[in-house]
Design a protein around this ligand. Structure first.
Ligand code: NAD
Length: 496
């Protein structure tokens, strides 16, 4: 499928109360293509008034239909959404690549997995959304049940839009909540496709709503709405802090999946080629716009020279190109503003004393937002380029000598999302895994995760965990404790 065949994409509307509608003031904003910087289509620009409409629809649907529906019936809808995603994997992957610049070979795999998010939560809710019961002799029985929260707000970023959106929508709906989704303004297309799929699955009106628009207007109104019970947010750490503050007045539950600056540590006994493959994939896949990217690689001094030579060779050969070309490995960054930010960090790296080694962007595609794969050699952990999230295809390469020193450097950073350690010494592998401060750590592995395992970070990388039963029991529902007396226990008789 060539890129040109997909230049024309219909304008996108809001999806509120089961209908595709204009924003209340009929405003639209332009959606740009990262490969050409030309307008792909126009997107309805929702704001506070549209959010209020969507919140009312979601709240009504919770009270009247979705919140009261039998679990089995609800799961029929969830499974139907999964089947419909399966039917449209190719179409969604094309939209996603067009919108985000992510290579089509990578979006196809991401989208194929998105259907499984719905099936997984259908199974998980049916098998795990149950409470506990305690019989207290034959006097009492205490038990818990898990109840959905009501209307919940989901706010998502642009870097892996469909996958991250379905991570949230699937557990939120499966547990019985209704949803208002505010997708990233830079990547609205696959969220609109999800609305079309859910519309086709004929969920009751108002159960799922999408309000496109900007963070400071639509997102802000969603966070501050009194009727919204919780906000699940994925995005930058600074935005997360603002959202926590703004949700305080309505005492909202929040879940925060934020930025990262994750370390990958290669010891001298590591399986060299596999560690190299994982390092290159972990920073240059998804165009480097990946929250769990290993943006700092720590190399043991005895293998550093050989590893750096191999990295230089890979960087030279990574295929940079049209995201719609199946052989492309690295596409353009999301927009010009982000391109400027990443490019500026490469300049900072030079000022801080790094040697910069880069691949080459072919001349004919230079109008796109391409940053070539970039190595920052001789980086030090204290440098800004090793401390701040660049969110592009840029790898800081840092040397170490001892285990103690590398763990100290890995932890000497604000973030704590992911970590990776490569060594064949089993004791050291586990020691390092235990000692690196991150929500997730992989030993001799790239970033692969079973859906049953929690996802999330510590420190500035987030608060709370989603994934697995954590999403349904700890975030999208509330435990209720019921205390029942079975006999006539003592009750003090004040005033008798
Ligand atoms: P962002 O914070 O700029 O935007 C994310 C979303 O928040 C968008 O929908 C935006 O419109 C909205 N928003 C912005 N300001 C808001 C406000 N005041 N109130 C309510 N909503 C607001 O993030 P981004 O640039 O879209 O995404 C990249 C960031 O996301 C990176 O930092 C990356 O590490 C992080 N990320 C984290 C994870 C994770 O799971 N930890 C996963 C993917 C991306």
């Amino acid at each position: 499928m060539s890129f040109l065949e997909h230049k024309k994409v219909d304008d996108v509307k809001l999806y509120i109360n089961g209908e595709f509608v204009d924003a209340h003031n009929a405003a639209y904003f332009d959606n740009l293509n990262p490969f050409t910087n030309q307008v792909t289509n126009r997107v309805a620009e929702g704001d506070k008034a549209d959010i209020e409409k969507a919140v009312k629809a979601a709240d009504d649907a919770f009270q009247t239909s979705w919140g009261r529906m039998k679990q089995k019936e609800r799961m029929t809808y969830i499974d139907r959404i999964a089947d419909l995603i399966d039917e449209e994997v190719e179409e969604i992957a094309v939209l996603e690549s067009l919108d985000s610049g992510l290579p089509i070979s990578q979006t196809r795999k991401m989208i194929a997995r998105a259907a499984e998010n719905f099936r997984f939560y259908s199974r998980m809710v049916q098998s795990r959304m149950h409470g506990e019961a305690y019989a207290v002799d034959d006097e009492f029985i205490n038990y818990t049940v898990y109840k959905p929260l009501g209307a919940v707000g989901l706010i998502t970023p642009w870097n892996a839009p469909f996958m991250l959106t379905t991570w949230k929508v699937a557990p939120a709906l499966a547990t019985g909540n209704t949803v208002i989704l505010k997708p990233a303004e830079l990547s609205p297309l696959s969220a609109n496709k999800l609305a079309q799929i859910i519309d086709k699955a004929e969920l009751p009106k108002g159960v799922f709503n999408v309000v496109h628009g900007f963070g400071e207007t639509a997102g802000d109104a969603l966070v501050k709405s009194e009727k919204v019970k919780a906000i699940s947010f994925t995005g930058e750490t600074t935005t997360g802090k603002t959202i926590i503050k703004n949700s305080a007045d309505s005492l909202k539950k929040t879940s925060m999946e934020l930025g990262g600056k994750s370390p990958l540590i290669v010891f001298d006994d590591a399986d060299f080629e596999r560690a190299l493959d994982a390092t290159v994939w972990g920073i240059f896949s998804f165009n480097g716009e990946r929250c769990t990217a290993n943006s700092r690689v720590f190399l043991h001094k005895d293998i550093k020279e050989k590893f750096v030579a191999a990295l230089k060779d890979r960087v030279e050969k990574i295929k940079i190109g049209d995201p719609m070309d199946t052989s492309t490995q690295l596409g353009p960054l999301i927009n010009k503003g982000h391109f400027d930010k990443v490019t500026r960090y490469i300049e900072i790296a030079k000022e801080e004393g790094c040697e910069v080694v880069q691949g080459t962007v072919p001349e004919k595609i230079k109008s796109g937002n391409f940053v070539p794969p970039t190595l920052l050699l001789d980086a030090k952990n204290k440098m800004r380029v090793s401390q701040e999230e660049i969110f592009g295809p840029v790898l800081a390469v840092i040397e170490f000598e001892t285990e103690e020193e590398v763990v100290q450097m890995a932890n000497d950073v604000d973030y704590g999302l992911a970590g990776y350690v490569w060594t064949n010494d089993i004791k050291r592998a586990h020691r390092v895994a235990q000692n690196v401060d991150s929500g997730m750590l992989w030993i001799n592995a790239q970033n692969v995760r079973d859906l049953r395992i929690p996802f999330g970070g510590m420190k500035a990388s987030g608060m709370g965990r989603e994934g697995g039963h954590f999403a349904i029991l700890e975030f999208y529902s509330e435990p209720k404790a019921i205390h029942v007396a079975m006999g006539d226990h003592h009750i003090p008789q004040f005033g008798k």
